[in-house]
Design a binder for this molecule. Structure first.
Ligand SMILES: [Zn+2]
Length: 76
């Protein structure tokens, strides 16, 4: 891998003042932490009506099926 080819993003980061650099590393840390946990914006299909529903809005029925709130019979 030729080392004379530098990433333009790296060069941009290196030229930034320290405060901005800290901001960037903070954003990166947050991004990594979110990837580790369960992504609440992940969507699964309701096993009853097939509606694509965010996982945090799905309910597990007594039969062990993941269904959307209207199909689960519960309110939000
Ligand atoms: Zn449904």
């Amino acid at each position: 891998m030729p080392c004379e080819i530098t990433d333009p993003l790296v060069e941009k980061v290196l030229s930034l003042p320290e405060e901005e650099l800290l901001d960037i590393s903070e954003i990166k840390t947050v991004g990594v932490q979110q990837k580790k946990g369960k992504n609440i914006f992940e969507a699964e299909r309701c096993e009853h009506c097939g509606e694509l529903t965010f996982v945090n809005k799905l309910r597990l029925t007594t039969e062990g099926k993941l269904v959307c709130i209207p199909c689960s019979g519960y309110g939000d």
